[in-house]
Ligand binder design. Structure first.
Ligand code: HAM
Length: 411
């Protein structure tokens, strides 16, 4: 866990603001959710046999002996809130986005933290494959708005409760035939969650899995048609993708479409965003039969990628520095500064009357565009000296005209 301090925090804000703007054009409204939930929510929602629930949750008992967990992800919480507020009864289609810290007890490395931040979006109430395509396109648009390059979209369909059981049988039969060569994680997953073996990073297992039956061979007609429409819709939106049948996702609620946006610029932790369809989740968490699709992105990974691509410069901001010389000027300075700030201009000062040299040095260090020099003599005349730091020219401006003088700077 770590701190996000300036100047880096400006990159975070840039990502969050850009996401909020893009999501707003699709009609998503922000949901603010608690960081702590009942453990049971994730056991039922994310899945008891997933690594996240099995080994990565921060779980504790509160003073009332209730088992609580720091949320490892946001989808289960959004669905819980959607059910609790009864939104399904009033909104045929509900669209939420969220941001905030998530917690997983994983081995920390570049792009992987124990407290990390996600921005996510969930679309509830639509079974249509056009919803999958739109959600993916929204993420794609955000990548464009952030001017990120070198990001690849990988998609897959992991079938549905109708066709997956028979595929799982086929897969289990194959895996049993090679069981002795699988790693202990895969042997454990084999019966309980066989699809997850495709997630294994072990090279030996990877080789074995290259010959395993692929999920596409098990799709029912509906899954096949759904996936075709998703692909066609992405084509019509000019969103490029590759089909990767090894994408199975690490959370149990998924069915049909699963996708990841990846990059080769971040090392092992290459997924900057991931998601998919989860039609059974609302029902599993006690709500009605409502479809869902969504994604979440890791802000740290987006920041790393923006930095790697030299696109993490905080937006330039014009600064006015107010140099104060003398006691009378000191008394008058703050209201003048406040007035300029209320016109959205950034104004800095030293809260004291110091030597002009010291104040000019600070103005220079801050990169101020202009310096207002407020001395006792100027105050007596109702005037200020305004020095343009670029042209090195100086002019006398009436105090009451200062806001007008800088009107173009604040915009
Ligand atoms: P996830 O794949 O577990 O999916 O996480 C989504 C993204 O969060 C990852 O692609 C990655 O960028 C980031 N992330 C995950 N774990 C870490 C970590 N330890 N450190 C840094 N970044 C991390 C979900 O969480 C689903 N709830 C996504 C979703 C929403 N599916 C449907 N709706």
């Amino acid at each position: 866990m770590y701190d996000v301090m300036p100047p880096r925090s400006a990159v975070w804000q840039h990502i969050e603001d850009t996401a909020a703007n893009v999501f707003a054009t699709y009609g998503y409204a922000e949901a603010r959710l608690p960081a702590v939930e009942k453990t049971e929510l994730f056991v039922r929602g994310v899945g008891e046999t997933t690594s996240v629930v099995e080994k990565e949750m921060y779980t504790f008992f509160d003073r009332n002996e209730r088992s609580l967990s720091l949320r490892p992800e946001g989808t289960a919480s959004v669905v819980r809130a959607y059910i609790e507020t009864g939104a399904y009864a009033t909104e045929a289609i509900a669209k939420y986005w969220y941001r905030g810290p998530m917690f997983r007890y994983e081995r920390p490395q570049k792009g992987r933290q124990r407290q990390f931040y996600q921005i996510g979006a969930e679309l509830l109430g639509v079974e249509s494959p056009y919803a999958d395509a739109e959600v993916i396109a929204m993420m794609d648009q955000l990548i464009g708005a952030l001017e990120l390059e070198n990001v690849k979209l990988e998609i897959n369909s992991i079938g549905c409760p109708k066709c997956r059981p028979s595929f799982n049988e086929k897969l289990i039969a194959y895996l049993k035939s090679v069981e002795n060569d699988l790693c202990s994680d895969c042997t454990r997953r084999l019966e309980r969650n066989p699809l997850r073996v495709f997630d294994c990073k072990n090279e030996g297992c990877q080789e074995i899995l290259a010959k395993a039956p692929l999920i596409s061979s098990g799709w029912c007609e509906e899954c096949s048609a759904h996936f075709s429409t998703v692909k066609n819709a992405l084509d019509s939106l000019n969103v490029s993708y590759v089909v990767n049948e090894r994408i199975v996702r690490g959370l149990d609620y998924y069915m049909r479409t699963a996708f990841e946006f990846t990059t080769d610029q971040l090392g092992a932790q290459n997924a900057i965003s991931a998601g998919g369809r989860y039609d059974g989740l609302v029902r599993d968490l006690g709500g009605p039969e409502v479809a869902g699709v969504g994604f979440a992105m890791g802000i740290e990974r987006l920041v790393l990628l923006l930095e790697a691509q030299g696109k993490a410069q905080p937006p330039a901001q014009d600064i006015i520095y107010c140099a104060v010389l003398g006691e009378a000027a000191l008394e008058k300075a703050l209201p003048i500064i406040q007035q300029l700030r209320s016109d959205c201009v950034r104004v800095e000062w030293d809260f004291a009357s110091k030597s002009l040299k010291a104040q000019m040095r600070r103005a220079d260090k801050l990169g101020a565009e202009s310096v207002i020099i407020l001395g006792d003599d100027e105050i007596a005349k109702g005037m200020a000296q305004v020095r343009n730091m670029r042209t090195k020219t100086q002019a006398e401006v009436r105090l009451s005209d200062l806001p007008m003088h800088f009107v173009n700077i604040g915009g």
